[in-house]
Ligand binder design. Sequence first.
Ligand code: ADP
Ligand code: MG
Length: 675
Amino acid sequence: MDLDASVSILKGFGKKRVDALEKENIKTIKDLISFFPSRYEDRTKIGSFENRDHDITIRATILKKGSIRFINSKRNFIIFSVKDDHGNLGEIIFFNQPYLINQLKPDETYYFYGRVNSDKKLPRIYSPKFASIEETEFLTITPIYKKISGVPPALIQKTIPEILGKIKIDDFLPEKYKSNNRIIDLNQMYHLLHQPVQTKDIYIASNRLKLNEALKINAGITFLKNEKLVTDLVINNFNVLKPFIKKLPFELTDSQKWVLRDILRDLESGFLMNRMIQGDVGSGKTIIAIICAYLFCLNGLQVAYMAPTEILAKQHFETFKEYFKDYNFNIELLVGSQNKVETERIREGLRNGTINIVIGTHSLFQENTDFYNLGLIVTDEQHRFGVKQRGQLENKGQAHILVMSATPIPRTLALTFYGDLDLSVIDQMPLGRKKVKTSVHSIKKLNKILKFTEQEIKLGHQAFIVCPFIEESEELKEVISVDKAYREIKKKYGKHFRIESLHSKLSNDEQEKIIDRFNNGEIDLLIATSIIEVGINVPNVSVIIILSADRFGLSQLHQLRGRTGRSSIQSYCFLLSDNQNEITRERLSIIANCHDGQKIAEADLKLRGPGEYFGFQQSGFNSLRFINPLKDKKVFEQAKDLIEEIFKSKKAEDMICKDYLIKEFNNESKYITLD
Ligand code: ADP
Ligand code: MG
């Protein structure tokens, strides 16, 4: 059987099912066997009605014929009275399956697998899986796969072991590494993940799966890192910077000066710069980019600045124009919403060198944009782009690279995913900044908080209210939407403040106008979605109120809070939530008490687990589901050592392995983003 063959050659996989699988990115046999269980049902351990805290198998005898109860004309359930083999009485309930009455017979003994519920007088199991006592194959560890609509789970459960019985997967990892490090064979890994016999098997096999992933990432990053490129784009006339920096409206912090020094050292080194600036929200990264842009323009080189969203691109466009208003630089904006003529005009200007600085979204680089003499590429909010996208843009030509991240990235992750970049950290806030006073409240307090906000606005300050959704939804009645908040607050305060709402359903034009007006102080209170999370820089904002704060990630809350506290005025962040879940309360209290983006990110990762943290597309980096960069440090270290050995070696098997891993990294890494 060819691993690359389409799943359509398999028995039972007709067109409809093949299409449904394709939606999950399962196209080939290899994809199908790499569709790993999302969890396992361990039916091997037999307990009793006394085991209450997890799913369990019990052996129980039916005491008498089941009886049926009707909930209404369409819904019913049947109850069986049973006794488990420890002598405990209990009940088994099935909903809407009246035919089971005759299937489960009095005085017969069955296995039931499910969770014991003890809300009623007798312990109950609702809708258990069951089998008769002779069917000992019921007592296995059963893999449970994510449901794919249109494909029966049983088909997947049956087909994967059949395939595995017929094929042997060649392991990309040379034998010697496995025997030396007690790493299981790839073939065995597939078998154990899909057909584990003991719980231990899952553990051993998923370790190999994690290792595979760590190997790919490490190989890819090492490959990128080793590609230090010699360049003749050497810049060393740094004296021109002094007067420019002197003229800035503020003095650079020591941290900013150090970062700048790192950059200048790169620029005169004769190698292309490949540097990341990490600095918490509001630490002042933009000015570094502006100073660099100035230097490149004076050296007759073009600068491209890449932002993750159009709004942000426009903001930066305005900022750049403001800083360079006394200079004769030609600065342009290139974003998706421009018309063809406009886009072509700008492309032409970039080609013939009449444009010095271009600011845009990543679409700027994805299509055929050519430059006359590009010298510097700046990528802002790096964590929002995939690793692969970064590669794409670096291929754009011989240019120095500067990436900036507001770093909700824990150090461990940064080292893994950005190990190819040199790192400079801004670990100091501009002078005179006050910590944003942050507190958690019940939603009932909103009126009081609005009263407080009114006072702030009277002092001439501005405020944000952030809601998780634009419109109300039936399912989530308790969550206040932008629409609803806008309607109600406008009704109450519309006479006193100038209130507007901002969200992605407005056209780009409308969004831009509102942001402009907010920037100019023509709006007092802006009610928005998390659209304002990055980049909005209005130092006059002193209040941010976040409704249903539990619906946001911690790093996102930190970013949102970072929209305030951007000057020397005291700012306030109010987190409103009625969610009483223990972990939720803990998460919110972390934000209230901690102002360090790094620490918040680490805490977030611990509480959430990596799957959510990465926000990867389910379809892509399947294996990332298994790895937790904090918990699995050992695996990461093992991978790092192995990659070092493999990359050093000149043996054919090692070189094949290396090429394979780099290829896999390139295929998969486009799915990794650290958002
Ligand atoms: P971020 O690092 O989040 O991108 P910005 O670059 O937007 O932060 O800077 C936030 C604000 O701080 C801006 O208004 C900027 O002008 C201001 N700023 C930057 N550096 C300094 C400094 N050294 N002293 C005072 N204000 C500064
Ligand atoms: Mg910024």
